[in-house]
Ligand binder design. Structure first.
Ligand code: IPD
Ligand code: CA
Ligand code: CA
Length: 257
């Protein structure tokens, strides 16, 4: 299944590459949340191919009406993660596809066709970037940890969420090496997986933002949890906290100060 998925996702990457350099039609789903004709074109392309190739799975995809979809044997699709980057030609943007069997992680693929980075993992078979094995970093000193985060779209409308972002930043920033905000949660998780970052946290992410990245990170030796340090549940938890495992406790403690 993995090879077929990669073949299809690489084809979709050609649509993404073409769109990246063109002028886009932008529609606002909410004040800060935008969508282009390329999000829709890639999603439709992937859905059509996946429905034909993988008949035992339903497809849950960001730009689709998922109300009748039950999460079980599911392929969870984010056609463009990092749409704001895609629109502004910031090359940190990717197609994200997570496959679940009976709600359990099976295969994760995150493809950035602009930088030609293909991350993938099959459960129990390790994680790879462009066919090279990747592993989380060994750093266990929180003060030396480079972290990544994201700002929720709700920060433009919900004062509680905005205050929570600022409070957590104030707690974490002095205690770590530094914090990055590059704008694609799927890639942020992959960058913890390949040892670029030691950790990542964000609120209000959707299942399609993280469904693939969390499989890749766990296969690279990392840890994913909710804000209490307990199991992260797709579709349920407000916060995701991810790390190389070694700084996880410190990250959880600092976020909860
Ligand atoms: C967004 C990206 C971003 C994160 C947002 C997500 P989108 O996904 O992952 O990094 O901060 O919360 O919604 O909207 O570009 O698919
Ligand atoms: Ca996304
Ligand atoms: Ca998206």
């Amino acid at each position: 299944m993995k090879d077929k998925l990669i073949e299809i996702i690489k084809e979709a990457g050609e649509i993404m590459k073409e769109g990246y350099f063109c002028k886009k039609d932008i529609t606002f789903k909410a004040k800060k949340d935008l969508v282009t004709q390329y999000d829709l074109a890639i999603e439709n392309f992937l859905k059509e191919k996946f429905e034909y190739e993988f008949k035992d799975f339903n497809i849950i995809a960001e730009e689709s009406d998922n109300t009748s979809k039950i999460f079980s044997d599911s392929i969870i699709v984010d056609p463009i993660d990092g749409t704001t980057n895609f629109v502004n030609k910031v090359p940190h943007t990717a197609i994200s596809v997570g496959v679940y069997k009976d709600k359990k992680p099976y295969i994760g693929i995150v493809y950035n066709p602009i930088l030609n980075q293909l991350f993938y993992a099959i459960v129990n078979e390790g994680a790879y970037c462009n066919d090279e094995k990747i592993e989380v970093s060994d750093e266990n000193n929180f003060q030396k940890a480079l972290l990544s985060t994201g700002f929720p779209y709700s920060s433009g409308s919900c004062e509680d969420d905005l205050n929570d972002v600022m409070r957590k930043m104030k707690n974490v920033l002095p205690k770590c090496q530094d914090i990055r905000r590059l704008g694609s949660a799927a890639l942020d998780l992959c960058y913890v997986a390949n040892g670029t970052y030691e950790g990542f946290y964000e609120m209000n992410l959707k299942a399609w933002d993280v469904s693939a990245g969390l499989i890749i990170l766990q296969e690279a030796g990392g840890k994913v949890s909710n804000i209490d340090g307990n199991e992260y549940k797709l579709f349920e938890n407000k916060y995701i906290v991810a790390s190389n495992n070694k700084i996880h406790k410190d990250l959880i403690k600092t976020l909860n100060l």
